[in-house]
Write a protein that binds this ligand. Structure first.
Ligand SMILES: C[S@@+](CC[C@H](N)C(=O)[O-])C[C@H]1O[C@@H](n2cnc3c(N)ncnc32)[C@H](O)[C@@H]1O
Length: 247
């Protein structure tokens, strides 16, 4: 199947400078300053992250890994839409489940607080925005599980999971959902972990905020310390993500 829809859905195409940026770029060139302005990453992630999502989810469907598809932290549904289009195109009967508080991040516990990356309520978006985004593209809605992960997980998880996008941003949320998702995965299932960033593998000076969510890496590394799987890091320009394949 084609994955060009990733570039045309929302505003995820190559980030061409806007008119005002082109103007300033000409000024910079005139003064021989080697710098170029381009638009920032649109929405919750960049196009490279969506491409990684495409390849990981597609694998589990094409290889007939049993189970449904879940997203822990769906926000306005941008990544959920990518997943829905992949499932539709492959005529897969797998169910798509999307979980979020729709109130943003919970009150931060000590360890997340110390990281100084996020605050309570960050990324709050109403579930109606997700519904509107799906409707505007004529896509079937996922099963929406509104509430704190601590209340919905594991009770509202499907019995078997072939693919999980874990996008919780915080140590506590990741630590809570990971064991429940993992135990429902058959061999071959894939877990993609958003903002899993290892600065030893890819040193990036000045990488800030949600591009480096240290709590996510801590929770994931702690969990896999005594597991047979390894977590790989996938390149995604200024973003990054991790993934594991259940053995
Ligand atoms: C980075 S956003 C998800 C982005 C989305 N996956 C995408 O790529 O477009 C993280 C989401 O996780 C949700 N979240 C984080 N911790 C949560 C918790 N403990 N319970 C419920 N939702 C939570 C937030 O509300 C937020 O919408």
């Amino acid at each position: 199947m084609h994955n060009t829809f990733i570039a045309t859905t929302f505003d995820w195409d190559h980030r061409n400078p806007k008119d005002w940026q082109r103007f300033l770029n000409r000024v910079l060139r005139k003064f021989r300053i080697k710098a170029k302005l381009t638009p920032p990453q649109p929405g919750m992630a960049n196009v490279e992250i969506r491409m990684n999502l495409f390849h990981l989810l597609e694998q589990t469907v094409v290889h007939n890994v049993p189970g449904d598809v879940v997203e822990l932290g769906c926000n306005a549904g941008e990544s959920t839409i990518v997943m829905r289009i992949i499932l539709n195109t492959l005529a897969s009967g797998k169910q798509l489940h999307a979980y979020d508080s729709f109130e943003g991040l919970p009150k931060l516990q000590e360890t997340d607080h110390r990281d100084e990356v996020y605050s309570e309520g960050d990324m709050a978006v109403d579930d109606h925005v997700l519904i509107k985004n799906f409707d505007s593209l004529g896509l079937k809605l996922p099963h929406i599980h509104k509430g704190w992960f601590e209340d919905t997980i594991p009770e509202e998880l499907p019995e078997q999971i072939c693919f999980a996008l874990i996008d919780c941003d915080l140590y506590e949320g990741t630590k809570h959902v990971l064991p429940h998702v993992y135990e429902r995965m058959p061999a071959g299932a894939i877990g993609m972990i958003a903002v899993y960033y290892d600065e030893k593998l890819l040193p990036r000076k000045g990488l800030e905020g949600g591009y480096r969510s240290p709590g996510v890496k801590r929770a994931v590394d702690e969990f896999f310390a005594d597991k047979p799987e390894t977590v790989g890091m996938l390149y995604a320009n200024e973003n990054a993500c991790g993934y594991f394949r259940k053995l």
